[in-house]
Structures are given as C-alpha cells and as structure tokens.
Design a protein around this ligand. Sequence first.
Ligand code: UDX
Length: 433
Amino acid sequence: MNICVIGTGYVGLVSGTCFSDTGNQVTCVDLDQRKVDMLKNGEIPIYEPGLKELVEKNVKAGRLTFTTNLTDGMKEAEVIFVAVGTPPKENGEADLQYIEAVASQIGEQLNDYKVIVTKSTVPVGTGQKIKDIIKSKTNVEFDVASNPEFLREGSAIYDTQNMERAVIGVESKKAEELLTKLHEPFQTEVVVTNIETAEMIKYASNAFLATKISFINEIANICEQVNADVTEVARGMGLDSRIGSKFLQAGIGYGGSCFPKDTRAIIKIAEQVGYDFKVVRNVEEVNNDQRYRMVEKLKQALGSLEGKKIAVIGLAFKPNTDDMRDAPSIDIIREIKKLGGEVVAFDPVASDNAKKVIEGLVTAADIYDTISEADAVLILTEWKEVQQIDLAKVKKVVKEPIIIDGRNVFSLDAMEQYGFYYDSIGRKTVDFR
Ligand code: UDX
C-alpha cells in the first residue's frame, strides 16, 4: 500500500518506519527542512533505540522516503496519517492549529479517494472537524478515520511491532478494509469502532495508566507511615489478573509528553460537556505533589539544603529517552536550588536537553564525578547505569553516604551492607551509617 505520514515526531516517524518495514511504500512529510535533511542523511532527530537501524534498512530498500513537499508526499497515497503535534494550550486544552492547517492543505491537494487518519492524540470530535475542513476545500471523495498510537518512548519500535491492539475508528467499510489490511502483518486484535470512540479509547487508556501510577504512589506514601513495603504490596496486588502487575511502580510520579498532557486534556474535554472528572483531577494533583516529596526527603536527611551539594542521578522522565518534556526532575531541581542547594546532575543522554529547560544546570559526564563530595545523592531516573553502580565506590567518593531514591533501585540489604542512609519510596527509611 502507498502511505503518507505527515509529521516526523515520535509517533509519525516510528509508525511510518514500521509500516514501511511491513512492505508498504511510505513517504514521511515534515515542514521542518532540517529534520528532513537529517533523516535523508540517515540521522534520527530523536533518541530511540533501534530506530536508526530500521530507518536505514527501509530507506535502503526504497520503501521509506522523506520530503517537505506535501503535494508530492500525498499524491500516490491511499492512506494519509496525520501525526503532527497537539501541544497543550495554557488552559490544558489540546492545541489543534497544526492538525487544522494540515487538514486544509490536504483538502486543497486532494486528487483522488484517500483515507485521512489521525494518529495524533486529539480531542473527541476532531475527526469530524477534520472532515468538515477537508470537505470545505474539495469535492473529491475521501474518508476520515482515527487510529490512535499507544507506543512508549524508549520501546517505541517494539511496542509498534508487537502492538497489543489496533484501534480503528471509521465511518465507512472502505476505510475499515484499508486500515485493517494495513494492520494484518502485526497479527493483533483489531478494535473497529466509530471515530469518537477511538479518540476516547486513547485518552481513557492514558488517563487510566496515570491513575494507576498516582494510586500506587499514594499507597507508597501511606506505606512509609505504617511500616509496609510498597514493592511487596504492588507484587501482591499485581498477581490478581484483574489488577495486573504493570504500572504499579511507585516513584516520583509520571512525566513525559503524554500522560501530563492527556490527563489535562481529558479533564478539559469533560469540563466542556459540563462534567467534572474528579478522579483524574486528583490523579494530577497527586502526581504533582509526589515530585516535591523528594525535596522533603532531602530536608529530612540533611536539615537545611543551604550550600549542600546534591548529586542528581537521572534527568529524563524515564530511562532510554533523552526527552525532558514534563520530567519531574525539572521541578525537583528548581525547588532544591530555591532552597539554596547546589545541584550537579548526570544523565546518560538527556543532559543537553535538560540544560535547555533548567536554567544554569551543571552536569557532569561521569556518574562518579557527579557524586564526588556530595552531601546527598538523589536518584530520579532508573537508568541501567544507576542499577549497575558500584556502591563501594559510591560510599568512598561521596561526602555523606546519603541516598534518596525516587525509583526504588536498591535493596535495603545492599544499603545495609554498604552502610548508607537510604530513603526510597514507600519503604522504610534505613540508616546504616
Ligand atoms: C505513555 C504510554 O505508556 C503510551 O501508551 C502512550 O502512547 C504515551 O504515553 P511514555 O510517556 O513514553 O508512554 O512512557 P511510559 O513508559 O508509559 O511512562 C510514563 C511515565 O510514567 C514515566 O515518567 C514513568 O517513570 C512513569 N511510570 C510508569 C511510573 O512512575 N510507574 C510505573 O509503574 C510506570
């Protein structure tokens, strides 16, 4: 099949590449000349394990091309995926200006029947809006559809190639057939429904996962007070298949480009129809508070933070990405600095991006340089570099053997063995100094 993907961000680039890998002819279109030039040269504008190799393979096979020219990109395509950004507006609503601009252009260029599919996460009703915009520009026959994306950064290729379901929101048999056929190679369960339902499935899924995280974080906060261990609680809960073991890791709360944005957006969607989405409003509040608990833990260990060297290990909102969008580390570091602490940070890949959003951030290239002479080590991302750290060496180079662990990376036994003060999430604070 001939496919056009508009927008080469995470979603567009990964799905375009994976669709080409299953034998389709894919043209990825992006306005950004620099991005397109990079991609043509085999460079990938984002950090995503495995993506470079897969792009290379399919470019070489002649199935994957990049262009800034929408007219060329969509001319031969039967299916057009729209995967441009929907950034949040000041009030939390999704900003649809890029989607609307693309819809107008598609309408102006439409030369024969095509299915125009939104892959971006868009408010319920956007599919119809796109249809109206395109209709106002052309008499050529077309269908709109919704095919939300559920990939995670850091495992985007795996998630796409092994998708647990494909959601297809359609209004015609023709669009259903084309999109179902496109998903056949993925051998996955296909949920065919109407467009509004497909749009809602995406928000409901992300809001539910965010709820799971805030729920376990609150359980963790209670565990700390009642001598219970949240990792064991999560294990005990997760074995019940109705609950499931995933997304029950207590920590510093969620960040990234999806959960914060999508929870805010679904609250807005509800608000606009006069409904107060209480659960998700509280999920957000809990998530925000959870970040500041890290600073409280530091204060508990150190007293005043004034003039103290805090070594922050991990800046990205999760491992295997350089994405700093809404990373909890941003608020946490700002707060530590506000309280007079000196921060030196380490992240295997996100340091450059972090410097763009955290003013005056000092980073070090090596984990042991970062923690050298530190009054406390603060773990914010569970990178494998952290999991593999040499604790004996840590003990030697820090000024005070204090670890505040926002990701529950270490066992209490290891902390006892090496002699640390160790405060993690939802487990008892231990002091083996
Ligand atoms: C998420 C969804 O998983 C994906 O389906 C959707 O398409 C986009 O949003 P992503 O943001 O890439 O993907 O990351 P994910 O792995 O889901 O983690 C999101 C955040 O939740 C991270 O900050 C992570 O640290 C946090 N998290 C996740 C927890 O704190 N605990 C958990 O148990 C799981």
